[in-house]
Design a protein around this ligand. Sequence first.
Ligand SMILES: Nc1ncnc2c1ncn2[C@@H]1O[C@H](COP(=O)(O)OP(=O)(O)OP(=O)(O)O)[C@@H](O)[C@H]1O
Length: 712
Amino acid sequence: MPQLAFANTFWDEYEVLEKSVKAGVRKAMSKFQKLTVAELHADKGLHLESVDIARDARMRTIRINDFWRGVVLAPDDGSDTFLLVNVVSHDKAYEWASKRIYTVNTATRGLEVRNVVAIEQLTPVLEQAAAQAPSRLFEEYSDFTLRELGIDEGTLRAIRTIIDKPQLEAFGTLLPEDQFEVLQYLAEGFKPDAVYRDVVAVRRPADAGPEPTEDLATAIANTSSRITFVSGPAELEEVLSKPFAAWRVFLHPTQRRVAYRVSYGGPVQVTGGPGTGKTVVALHRVKHLLGRSPDGGRILLTTFTNAMAAALRQNLALLLEDPALLDRVEVTTVNSLAHYVVQERKGRAPALINDADERVRWGRLVRKFDLAWTEQFLAQEYRHVILAQDIGSSEEYLKAVRRGRGSALGPLQRAKVWRALEEFTRQLESEGKRTHLQLCSEAARLRRNAGPDFPRYDHVVVDEAQDLHPAQWRLLRAVVPERPDDLFITGDPHQRIYDSKVALGSLGISVAGRSSRLRVNYRNTEEILVWATGIVRNELVEDLGGDGMETLAGYQSVLHGARPRTAAFGSEEAELTALVDQVRQWTDAGVRTSEIAVCTRFNNLIDKAVHRLVAVGIPVALVKDNPAADEEGVRIATTHSMKGLEFRCVAVVGVTAGAFPFSRAVTDETVDRLQHETDLLAERCLLFVACTRAREALYVSWSGAPSSFLAA
Ligand SMILES: Nc1ncnc2c1ncn2[C@@H]1O[C@H](COP(=O)(O)OP(=O)(O)OP(=O)(O)O)[C@@H](O)[C@H]1O
């Protein structure tokens, strides 16, 4: 009976196929498990046929339906593993298959594919261009060194023409994968022996002989980073019905390089636009770190909300499989960690107050001390200056540099403000209550003072880092000793929706020389990404560490689909009716309700949307109730709680001029100009985050005047 395996090139296409085509793929694949090789060749429905003028004689196409074809690499060496490499439209299938050739890497012994036709066409052109260039990217490496790293003759000639990194990246999709990865490392300045150790040796089978003599099945088995084997019908069903799990196996070379680098000298920062796999990389880093400390080292993995922590835990369980490894990882939010630390050290954690309660308290203090500043100003001063710098006395406050604040405060004014700030803390203390950030600050202090013998984590991995406040960073710094591989941080400054201002370096977390950026988006179609990027495109945002600015330039998506739909209505009623129609269209097209999300800025519109959907029999589930992944129901959320999540289809409703920006969330320009700008940017980012949660379809609607952000 033949064996079946899937290449990573297959998943990119498979994920966006319509349901009926996916069913066709499943049917065709199941034949590979039921029929003998001879029967496969004879099967009329499958129509396994060779490709004319193919550069690789093993290329075959199979029929999925009238329009779609699968591309299969069929063994011709007596081995029995068929490799499904792509699903493409009829016309493209032959073109795709005829140009590519699969070979075994001489060093890693993995199976690689290259677009040999394109490489041959481009090489002479590039050679000419390179003749004028002052230097070439790989000129310092001899042919011998490159061959030792698995670069073969065909690739060697081509890459000798490359002059810089952008050209290498542009050429990369044509090159054999392992070879391209080796070249990327060299281009980043890694020494050949380090590249051999970290990329080649880890893949090369221990019993590899001097020359590759492997049959196709063995080469496929050597390629676990890009190819997945399927051993029976149940596994086939599992792998095809859970395509999102592709990330467990296939990492983009850039993702793999970041996640599986053997060791980093200190804290590492990985940034990237939405859907570039930052969470995936964080999960793989946890796996790598667990593998490096088999002696029972403990890892803390944090994220921003409980819903995201629950999702991370589930995904980590999928990735690790071994429950013993999972037990060594604590997955939680930083706030929960703070609660745990304070409880552990003091026997009891204080009660927490929410934002509304905090606002009321500041309002009372403004009146009590008859202050000229607003409650909002005091709350921000407390958050961005006092808590951020852990200020405990009026003397410290007088000397404090008020970074990021746009209003000057002289000594007399500070003395006045301090009375209110001090009273705020005193009152809460006497009631045994705290704000979330106060608790984090306290936990950080307790942990720091507990001394080096106190149990800590061996590694801390931080996802969704962009919204963490300095008090939260201090806590994270305090729970892991300063040493190599202490902190691994992922985040996207364009998704900052709370106004935290952080200078990581000043908190003992220096990522200098250890930063990388991911640029390939795996979640959104190019159409959705480009549209959503319009909301924030012209904005420069402060980077994660507070050292510079970042833009959204240079991101690309691997997926394509329909353009987002926008719809304007004269009334909210009409908008809600259209929302119900839109959700129906999605469910009629076969999308499960749990794969659809509806989000709005305000709770009252959420209630109305829930009411209308339920009235026509569409089940709903509130994201804040943390529904299980398989629970039916359209997910309903505020735009704030969409952070970090993803769905096949997303409707963002109520995108009016009054909702984005929401005036109460934006500090008045006269109160603090800098804060005004930061708040406006956070409002933009909020809409951007909500829209980039959509994998395949995005629908944005409003009634009355639309948000000014949409005109961007
Ligand atoms: N190499 C990969 N192959 C296939 N799918 C991938 C890969 N990397 C990421 N994905 C998928 O892309 C989607 C986005 O990944 P992930 O959530 O890690 O991105 P992110 O950068 O954390 O996103 P955001 O910042 O927008 O929350 C997920 O569905 C993930 O499974």
